[in-house]
Design a protein around this ligand. Structure first.
Ligand code: EZ4
Ligand code: CO
Length: 402
């Protein structure tokens, strides 16, 4: 059996998605998500120009060897563009492998370790009152875990807060939108949000919060301490993690659990964070961290140190990523939680899928493969629209982390 064709499908049913599709000589097909938010066409070029010609004619069943061929064989290793391309090919090959075996993907990994996958939703509001109402909505929808974000008084924009609450989408303009940030106002405000949530809704639910890389290590330590009484499930991406050692300082000061890694590409980005037990949850995803093949390596390393998974699952991770992630989550022994931002109905229509939500849990379904397909005719009526993620500035205009 041979790889006969590799195509890239770009579609914008509400937001841009890139999908790699592999067709084998026996007619079996598999798909993988290659979406890199705001840099979509760079990955398309990588796949079309550098991956497709080298893989045509190869045996699609040798997914492990193909992974190493694309990683080592690139010479220029790692990086989000290269790794998103590798991830998409790897996911498509696992989809094919599972279809050939006529089994759901999770069976090939080792079968179910649990009945279903706990997910968390996003409650966002301009004010604490708005966010409280959104938390209430997610509780009514059955969620067991909720991420809460809120605007900060006297600031126009805060990460995670936008117009359409159920379908938050940060990539909102071709040239990056400019936001303003004040660490001082933010640090004073956030503990009040979690105090209000616990006061109104009690202690039944897991609460999460995403700082989106905006604090220094010592500021993170202060925030972590001030949230300890509200029993957070996690504090996410509090400080940039290029410097993994920075987390040593945070760890000395707070018992609030830490989650990092949605922008990580490989195990090297989190090697020290994991082996020094500086974090509690690793957020690497199928789409950006090398597909099933590499994410499994990261999770196994994390498992040695009692660190659990919490895969990134924002709307820019397509339903194809979500499907593959759910098979991974159902299997992975050290599962923690899965992020789940609902896609809009137009997106779901382009990507018919077997996964279903019930009572705060997702299940990947039991069809062969990862259970997600792409309707190419429908995809074609939503052409690519250039969109970028915002940038962030301090009040004096200094460029900051978004
Ligand atoms: O900003 O996926 O936890 N989720 C997040 C996301 C990211 C986007 C960037 O592409 O931080 O909303
Ligand atoms: Co995040």
């Amino acid at each position: 059996m041979q790889i006969e064709e590799i195509s890239t499908i770009v579609t914008c049913p509400g937001r841009n998605f890139v999908t790699a599709k592999i067709t084998c000589s026996d007619g079996t097909t598999g798909i993988g998500d290659a979406t890199l938010n705001g840099r979509e066409m760079a990955v398309v070029a990588y796949l079309d120009e550098h991956v497709r010609p080298a893989l045509l004619g190869r045996d699609p069943r040798r997914s492990e060897e193909i992974w190493h061929y694309l990683y080592r064989g690139a010479y220029w290793r790692r990086g989000p563009v290269t790794m998103s391309a590798i991830s998409a090919i790897d996911t498509a090959l696992w989809d094919i492998k599972a279809k050939l075996a006529d089994l759901p993907l999770y069976e090939l990994l080792g079968g179910r370790s649990r009945d279903a996958v706990m997910v968390y939703g996003h409650a966002n509001g301009e004010t604490i009152e708005d966010t409280l109402a959104e938390v209430g909505r997610y509780i009514e929808l059955g969620y067991k875990a909720i991420r809460a974000q809120t605007g900060v008084p006297d600031m126009d924009s805060t990460y995670g807060v936008s117009g359409d609450k159920l379908y938050y989408e940060p990539a909102d303009a071709a040239i990056p939108t400019e936001n303003v940030w004040s660490t001082t106002r933010y640090l004073d405000h956030i503990p009040k949000l979690f105090e209000a949530i616990r006061e109104q809704y009690g202690w039944e639910h897991h609460l999460l919060h995403d700082v989106h890389h905006r604090l220094t290590p010592i500021e993170t330590a202060r925030l972590g301490k001030s949230l300890e009484t509200y029993r957070m499930f996690w504090l996410e991406d509090a400080t940039p993690a290029e410097n993994q050692e920075a987390f040593r300082l945070i760890r000395q000061h707070t018992t609030t659990p830490l989650a990092v890694g949605e922008i990580f590409n490989t195990i090297w980005d989190c090697k020290d964070l994991i082996s020094e037990q500086l974090i509690d949850y690793i957020r690497a995803s199928v789409t950006h961290a090398g597909g099933i093949t590499h994410l499994r390596r990261i999770a196994d390393l994390a498992g040695l140190y009692q660190i659990r998974t919490g895969c990134h699952g924002a709307t820019d991770n397509s339903p194809v990523c979500m499907g593959a992630a759910l098979h991974f989550d159902l299997w992975v022994p050290n599962f923690g939680i899965q992020e789940y931002m609902r896609h809009i109905p137009e997106t779901d229509a382009v990507f018919p899928h077997a996964y279903t939500f019930k009572d705060g849990y997702l299940h990947p379904g039991d069809v062969p493969g990862h259970g997600v397909d792409i309707d190419e005719t429908l995809a074609a009526i939503h052409p690519y629209k250039p969109m970028s993620l915002p940038i962030n500035r301090l009040e004096d205009g200094t460029l900051w982390h978004w």
